[in-house]
Design a protein. Structure first.
Length: 125
């Protein structure tokens, strides 16, 4: 997650790290949910206690996290921060080319390639 946030604040330094992480979180959950359901259940249960994790899909959980974020005042998207389609290639490239980030990407619970990274950024717009 941090490997995808750092390019955001690299291109737009006024983006705070926590804000960038929050805006990426629903999409990242959508992409890793099937691989880490059990872990995410334990981490997210205190926030999303009403969610039926046994039946929830990745989209359900990502949507519930987005709703929770809005409830605590995080209503922006990457578009609101000035990012657009024109930034997707640069953000994706930076996630793989910035020193140290490739190693972080390799720690992900799913295979991460440029298509996955680009999709996360795009979904977060």
């Amino acid at each position: 997650m941090h490997a995808l946030e750092l390019p955001l604040s690299g291109l737009k330094p006024e983006t705070t790290h926590g804000q960038g992480l929050a805006l990426l979180l629903p999409s990242i959950i959508r992409h890793i949910y099937d691989a880490k359901k059990e872990t995410l259940f334990h981490v997210l249960r205190p926030l999303l206690g009403e969610l039926d994790f046994a039946r929830a899909s990745a989209d359900d959980v990502a949507g519930a996290v987005k709703k929770w974020l809005v409830g605590v005042g995080i209503v922006e998207t990457l578009k609101d921060l000035g990012f657009g389609e024109e930034h997707l290639d640069d953000l994706t490239r930076l996630a793989f080319e910035t020193p140290g980030l490739k190693g972080l990407l390799q720690l992900a619970p799913v295979d991460v390639d440029p298509d996955v990274v680009r999709a996360i950024y795009e979904e977060s717009l």
